[in-house]
Design a protein around this ligand. Structure first.
Ligand code: NAI
Length: 355
């Protein structure tokens, strides 16, 4: 059911179609140089197949960079499923997607992402073993990756605050945009550490609940990025750091979980010019993929922790290089990721997966 497509810069791109289940999915493997290409499966209502392909290409390259920077034995890949119009049989769709993943024979490892969930991945598991993001088994990594993502952002924020403000998190003010799975746990960790919180969420009831629980100030979502705080943590959508939001920003640091926070590459420069320290998104939000990787490899939570301990060290290295070259940390991170991918000897595929 697969049809190979050629895209320069990507190792393998394939369109999978299964009329019976109405599956239309693109799987893009950006690189398998460091190991099997790993990255989640997104279910989204795309306006066109071209849009789905473009998303898969962009996201899979991002996963290569994220996995390399997290020191994982993985390449980068991504799957996007074009959500069928009207009602559809969800289980049949994910069974067909599982067959597509299986046909790649371990070159691609999938997991949950926007629009997909643990139950969907359990269905995928019925057709292939090259899937993670399942319910955790006792003593092993697995389950919802969000708490690990939040912990990684928290640890990296601690480092950024130390670097930029020369202090700990106690008394530091942090504005969190989006208090969903990751944002809420991040807020709780920061509250415990004595940080003063400002929160906003498109879901006002959710935001109100968090504000009440953590004694946080509630703000309109349209005002959160310009809040008068030390740190802004985007934990909702991508593309939020643009010309307008950066010009209005009062914070000295940006460190959050959202993927692809910069609207354009030029926005990294704009942050630098405004003397706002930017902690590159894919470096600080890698806790989730670390947890997923440990699940793939059948490792325990202790291994998740030891792999995660390297994240702030990597970030410190990025800040050092950026400071000495007077360039944006985003630029340094991209260069470092490319170096890691190109300079590492190609490894044979390691498709050991916890059974
Ligand atoms: P989520 O969907 O649980 O939470 C997002 C929250 O943002 C929701 O409460 C939503 O109402 C709110 N929101 C949406 N638009 C908003 C706006 N304009 N202003 C304020 N709030 C808004 O998602 P989750 O899992 O917490 O992820 C957050 C971000 O982190 C996403 O960009 C995701 O791609 C990224 N990420 C998540 C990981 C994870 O482990 N869950 C791993 C790596 C990245």
């Amino acid at each position: 059911m697969g049809q190979r497509m050629n895209h320069a810069g990507h190792e393998h791109v394939e369109l999978f179609e299964d009329p019976k289940s109405r599956l239309r999915a693109v799987v893009a493997l950006h690189s398998t140089r460091l190991g099997p290409a790993a990255g989640g499966c997104r279910l989204w209502a795309y306006a066109s197949a071209e849009g789905a392909v473009a998303d898969a290409l962009r996201l899979s390259r991002g996963m290569s960079y994220k996995n390399a920077m997290a020191g994982l034995p993985l390449g980068g890949g991504k799957a996007v499923i074009m959500r069928p119009e009207g009602p559809f049989d969800r289980a049949a769709l994910f069974r067909a997607f599982g067959d597509a993943v299986e046909s790649l024979q371990g070159r691609y490892l999938t997991a949950e992402d926007v629009g997909t969930s643990i139950p969907d991945m359990e269905v995928v598991r019925s057709r292939t073993r090259f899937v993670a993001g399942l319910s955790a088994k006792p003593g092993l990594a697995g389950g919802d990756p969000s708490p690990w993502t939040a912990l990684g952002v928290f640890n990296c924020m601690k480092l950024a605050v130390e670097r930029r403000l020369g202090r700990g998190l106690d008394g530091v003010s942090v504005a969190i945009q989006g208090v969903g799975h990751v944002g809420l746990i991040l807020a709780r960790l920061l509250h415990k550490e004595g940080a003063k919180l400002v929160v906003a969420d498109a879901d006002w009831d959710r935001a109100r609940g968090v504000a009440a629980e953590l004694d946080a100030t509630l703000l309109d979502p349209s005002a959160i990025l310009a809040a008068e705080v030390d740190v802004v943590a985007p934990c909702a959508l991508g593309g939020v750091l643009d010309e307008r939001s950066i010009a209005a920003m009062q914070a000295k640091i940006v460190c959050g979980a959202a993927n692809n926070q910069l609207a354009t590459d030029a926005d990294a420069e704009a942050l630098l010019h405004r003397d706002i320290l930017y902690a590159p998104d894919y470096v600080v939000n890698a806790g989730g993929i670390i947890n997923v990787t440990c699940e793939f490899l059948g490792e325990g939570p202790d291994k998740v922790e030891s792999r995660m301990a390297r994240m702030p060290l990597r970030l410190a290295c990025i800040f050092d290089r950026a400071e000495s070259k007077k360039v944006s940390p985003a630029l340094v991170a991209d260069d470092m990721a490319r170096e890691l991918i190109m300079n590492t000897k190609r490894v044979p595929h390691d498709t050991r997966v916890a059974s």
